[in-house]
Design a protein around this ligand. Structure first.
Ligand code: HEC
Ligand SMILES: [Cu+2]
Length: 373
């Protein structure tokens, strides 16, 4: 594109919501501000680039030495020019001052979320995103539903390596770091669907670490999350184990692995085998066998799993501390069933490395939760 063409397409500090030559579509309250700073700096660049080129070319013609001339400096050539030097010092100084002020102003605004923001907990892991809505007890994977015209605050962490959450249409991006929380906020002002990316190279499938942000008007948002919150009521018993894994396990993932490695809590891999045989040992020296069987605290082994989720402090597994929070009141009965069934059928749901199998085969799986026995 020619210089003139570029100048013609450039927008002087104006940001349209449909996006422009340089910027993607914009759909948040901060986007116009971010864009205007970008265009401001970009326009300064255009101006000085053009100025430098014009002077360069003009000087090349005006002062080039003919082959016959000696390439020596005239004795009376100027050595300095105070007004000129002051100009090229003071003008850029003022410009970078303005750029700093605009940048700092926007940076502070982007970092301070409004008090009444709607909160979503975000977990990044190789290579997917999960979004938890504490207000509804809902977990979404690969899709983030947010209300329109309402500030939303994301509280983010990673369960493995460094990731970065980036929503171009909202002009927000922040690192997602293992072992600590970072946050960002936005207020979407246009309903629709927007891309969410991982913007920090995090391994083989980094480029597939995508999600969609779904911006819905307040009433539709309430309806949709209300529906997601009751999702477990409608699903088939047969689908409960998979529901447990995709929708609920991420509440346990920070402490319980699926691949056999022990973390804050014991891995879920092999847990059912151990529980069924009663070989789990507790800190007081008792083992699960002592509590199982007719007349015991846990007549059926499923009830031990259920009790571990509701009353985690009652029996502490050897080599661990009682650091598991109770999920009483946080999970519905049917959701606890789903978790118990997930643990029981884990071998069918994940592979040796603990990676979820697509379309797992649960034909003939044991989906009794031991309730009522
Ligand atoms: C903050 C860490 C943490 C979270 C989150 C957590 N747990 Fe635990 N969990 C532990 C610890 C530590 C233990 C071992 C001590 C004990 O028995 O309480 C444990 C033990 C268990 C046991 C018994 C394990 C055994 O070997 O007998 C089960 C079952 C269990 N958790 C299920 C869950 C489920 C299901 C979730 C998610 C809904 C969950 N936990 C979330 C830390 C956690
Ligand atoms: Cu990533």
């Amino acid at each position: 594109m020619s210089m003139l063409g570029l100048l013609a397409t450039m927008k002087l500090g104006e940001a349209t919501s449909g996006g422009g030559f340089w910027m993607p579509e914009s759909a948040s309250t901060v986007a116009p501000e971010v864009d205007s700073v970008f265009y401001f700096i970009n326009n300064i660049n255009y101006f000085f680039f053009a100025l430098c080129m014009v002077i360069l070319i003009w000087f090349a013609f005006r002062y080039h030495a003919k082959p016959s001339e000696h390439a020596t400096f005239a004795a009376d050539a100027p050595t300095h020019n105070t007004p000129l030097e002051l100009t090229w010092t003071v003008v850029p100084l003022l410009l970078v001052g303005v750029i700093f002020w605009l940048g700092m102003d926007g940076y502070l605004e982007l970092n301070e979320s409004p008090e009444d923001a709607y909160e979503v907990q975000v977990t990044g892991q190789k290579w997917s995103w999960t979004f938890q809505h504490p207000e509804f007890g809902v977990t979404e994977a690969a899709e983030l539903t947010v209300p329109l015209n309402k500030p939303v605050r994301l509280i983010m962490t990673s369960s493995d390596v460094l990731h970065s959450l980036f929503i171009p249409a909202f002009r927000v991006k922040n690192d997602v770091v293992p072992g600590r929380y970072t946050s960002l906020w936005f207020e979407a002002n246009k309903p629709g669907q927007y891309r969410l990316y991982c913007a920090e190279y995090c391994g083989k499938d980094h480029s597939k670490m995508l999600a969609v942000v779904n911006v819905l008007p307040e009433d539709e948002f309430q309806t949709r999350l209300g529906k997601l919150a009751r999702e477990y009521e409608d699903i088939d018993d047969r689908d409960l184990p998979a529901y447990g894994l995709t929708r609920l396990y991420n509440r346990c993932a920070s402490c319980h692995s699926l691949d056999g490695s022990s973390g804050t809590g014991p891995s879920f891999k092999g847990l059912w085998d151990r529980t069924r045989k009663g070989t789990t040992v507790f800190t007081n020296g008792q083992d699960l066998k002592d509590l199982a069987g007719p007349g015991g605290e846990f007549e059926v082994p499923e009830n031990y799993l259920r009790d571990s989720i509701l009353n985690p402090q009652r029996h502490i597994v050897q080599n661990y501390t009682g650091s598991m929070p109770t999920f009483k009141g946080q999970l519905k009965e049917r959701q606890i069933d789903a978790l118990v069934l997930m643990i029981k059928n884990l071998d069918r749901l994940v592979d040796e490395q603990g990676v979820p199998i697509e379309n797992p085969d649960l034909e003939g799986a044991d989906i009794s939760t031991g309730a009522g026995q």
